[in-house]
Design a protein around this ligand. Structure first.
Ligand code: FES
Length: 366
């Protein structure tokens, strides 16, 4: 079993000290990168180490380590080559890049070449869709790659070279990158300033400058609240939300009064109209109010008051214009059904009229 070096133990203490004493388990993610920096992957010993220094059990650490794909469960090569095969990169040729590399290196997904140099993996979106197809080497980007270019990069790596990524710092090994991911600075001279961002990345910034938009200021010295303070704030917010939800005290019931003349208070009757009628009236305020027994009125089967022909016509007109209803709902199937009902009613009325004419003619002949 691996015994982690004193340097790793010192770094582990430094990572844990970044977090409030009662939230030390938040240090788990950087600690997993730290043990990966020493072994090249998160071994059972690495899991045990993290559990020990954080006072967790191995199952808790293992659950996190197996959730994220950046934590490797098997020994990994010096260079992790990730090829994006997700939608955007795929349509731009990402799958061809991956297939060509797999054939050239003689390895499949999550496999390492015999010389221990390259581990290949296909990735699901590397968050650089605007540069697709992309591949990364130890999380540094090679944008707009094609199969031949990708083969050139891995050949150079296997020959001991370090090709420059399209953006960001020059390449380092996966173990060195894991130290940075654990939150320690890249100490190579000028490495951080090696490569500038790409134009597609800067597009949003350019637009913001053009429109005079700036980000609000942020003071990095803003103190992190203690758990007790955070709990108190959460309890206050909860109490406030519950108070807002509580029903308002009932107002004393108003006595019905005999009202005369223009001094009558404007007391509105409760609006118990069906949504269909209200919608139709909103669309065409001049239409007649629904009358249940008006000619041509369709009686809804849901017990709602029926709409008049005028209301139905108004609704049909609204549907034709696809205008949103006054209640904020878009014209939908229900409104479409109303239109069909109206047409059927008109057809039936026409048929009935024709039938009466035939009947009266027949009667006349008798
Ligand atoms: S789809 Fe490839 S980076 Fe997003």
């Amino acid at each position: 079993m691996t015994t982690f070096t004193e340097e790793t133990r010192v770094r582990a203490r430094e990572i844990i000290a970044r977090y409030p004493a009662d939230r030390s388990r938040s240090a788990l993610l950087p600690l997993l990168h730290l043990v990966q920096a020493e072994e090249g992957y998160v071994s059972p010993a690495g899991v045990a180490f993290c559990a020990e220094v954080l006072g967790l059990n191995k199952a808790q650490v293992g659950a996190v380590a197996t959730f994220y794909t950046m934590y490797k469960r098997r020994p990994t090569g010096d260079y992790l080559v990730s090829v994006c095969t997700n939608t955007m990169c795929n349509v731009l040729g990402g799958q061809e890049v991956y297939d060509t590399l797999a054939e050239h290196l003689g390895v499949g997904h999550d496999e390492t070449t015999a010389d221990g140099k390259i581990t290949l993996e296909h990735a699901e979106c590397l968050a650089a869709c605007d540069y697709g197809p992309v591949m990364t080497v130890n999380y540094d980007f090679f944008d707009g790659v094609d199969p031949q270019g990708a083969v050139g990069v891995v050949d150079e790596l296997r020959a001991g070279g370090r090709p420059m990524p399209t953006r960001g710092a020059r390449l380092c090994t996966l173990k060195e990158m894991a130290v940075q991911l654990a939150g320690f600075a890249d100490e190579r001279e000028g490495a951080v300033a090696d490569g500038g961002p790409g134009e597609a990345t800067l597009r949003g910034l350019r637009l913001a400058e053009q429109h005079g938009i700036t980000a609000p200021g942020y003071d990095p010295k803003t103190p992190i609240r203690s758990k007790a303070e955070a709990d108190r704030a959460a309890a206050e917010a909860k109490a406030k939300a519950e108070a807002a939800k509580a029903p308002a005290p009932a107002a004393p019931a108003a006595k019905p009064e005999q009202v005369t003349g223009s001094t009558a208070p404007d007391v509105k009757a409760p609006d118990d109209k069906s949504p269909q009628v209200r919608t139709a009236e909103t669309r065409q305020p001049d239409a007649a109010t629904a009358v249940p027994d008006a000619p041509g009125t369709r009686v809804p089967t849901d017990g709602a008051p029926p709409a008049t022909r005028d209301a139905q016509a108004a609704q049909a007109a609204g549907v034709a214009a696809n205008a949103p209803a006054g209640d904020g709902k878009p014209a939908g199937d229900e409104a479409g059904a109303q239109e069909r009902n109206l047409k059927e009613a008109e057809a039936e009325t026409g048929a009935a009229g024709a039938g009466s004419a035939v009947a009266s003619e027949t009667g006349a002949k008798k």
